[in-house]
Design a protein around this ligand. Sequence first.
Ligand SMILES: CC(=O)N[C@H]1[C@H]([C@H](O)[C@H](O)CO)O[C@](OP(=O)(O)OC[C@H]2O[C@@H](n3ccc(N)nc3=O)[C@H](O)[C@@H]2O)(C(=O)O)C[C@@H]1O
Ligand SMILES: CC(=O)N[C@@H]1[C@@H](O)[C@H](O[C@@H]2O[C@H](CO)[C@H](O)[C@H](O)[C@H]2O)[C@@H](CO)O[C@H]1O
Length: 356
Amino acid sequence: MKPSHKLLFVLCPMLVLGFIYYSSGKLHMHVWGQKPLYDKQGFLLKLDGQLPAELAYKYGNLSEGVCKPGYAAAKMTAIYPKFMKPAPMFLDRNFKRLAKVRNYLPPFGFKTQERIIDSILTATKNYGLGEDLDSLGCKRCIIVGNGGILANKSLGSRIDDYDIVVRLNEAPVTGFGKDVGTKTTMRITYPEGAIQKPERYEKDSLFVFSAFKPLDFKWLRQMVFKEKLRGTEGFWKSVARYVPREPTEMRILNPYFIQEAAFQFIGLPLNNGLMGKGNIPTLGTVAITMALHNCDEVVVAGFGYDMNMPHAPLHYYETVKMSAIKESWTHNISKEKEFLRKLVKANIITDLTNGI
Ligand SMILES: CC(=O)N[C@H]1[C@H]([C@H](O)[C@H](O)CO)O[C@](OP(=O)(O)OC[C@H]2O[C@@H](n3ccc(N)nc3=O)[C@H](O)[C@@H]2O)(C(=O)O)C[C@@H]1O
Ligand SMILES: CC(=O)N[C@@H]1[C@@H](O)[C@H](O[C@@H]2O[C@H](CO)[C@H](O)[C@H](O)[C@H]2O)[C@@H](CO)O[C@H]1O
């Protein structure tokens, strides 16, 4: 064999081995002798909440308490390299271009619902948060979960300090201001979760709709166009018959946040892309996912299902017990908690009530 051939003979396998070693690192594969850096979901295993050097440099000079532009997304990318920030909060007239959601049925996308969404969006005419909030250079958001842990903590005025206060389902404000605040920028909900008494809707808040099944869009159309509600069979619980909001105050939440939370962040079963047993994130986790893409800083309060306290109140506004969540077949509370704990541990979100 010629010396040059011999050299090639040695070099080729070395190149191949080198390539495999390199890509295994990139693909987060476990190589013998090398400890894995990332978990199954793609999150860094070693989470210590410390800022990577480049972020420490970027944010180091800002004084305490000042909003840090891009902070949540930058920290998220540091522990989850696959994170891609752009994902609009709400659907707008260009929604059909959203590649990640157009091939999934609700709740993971909008396939089959394009026409009804088009007609709803023609009436709502607005697709953002409103001029003032949209033009803010740095947005601090708080997601208020409905957990009983909020009771008697007097966090109301701290909650009201955020630029964007997100509330969920039918969680009341009136009578609970001291603990949960009085400001509501948006309330995210679905037909069965929506406030049923028109007088309980707070003024100046966006009604943000999150769809779980095709029937939900039909309901929304009737609410937007103020039609008499028809066809209530198919809902799993009684639903609101009238939503006292102008169409211009209504939005459709981008279903990408349900998809990403379920399949990428928590690792729930794909089930052929259909809603099934244990593959739906709770609405609060969907809201946190939305905030990671659209807020500069993300804070939460009122989160935590504590299975060691089965008799503790599930919600801050009623006496239903914590153990009631066990009946839910759609959620996987323990897997979801694993994900939320990663966010807290890495300091991506701050949990004011320490329930996560
Ligand atoms: C019977 C049932 O299906 N209950 C579900 C209820 C119910 O549909 C509504 O209250 C409307 O009646 O809605 C849910 O959620 P729910 O409306 O209870 O609460 C909103 C979000 O707050 C967080 N949470 C709540 C209680 C608690 N002890 N710890 C928490 O962390 C969760 O993130 C939760 O999403 C939902 O939509 O997700 C989740 C619940 O599973
Ligand atoms: C297809 C269908 O309507 N399924 C219902 C689920 O959506 C519903 O779960 C509930 O679905 C909601 C959305 O509609 C929320 O995700 C809520 O957290 C979750 O508990 C359960 C409640 O026990 O009943 C089934 O028949």
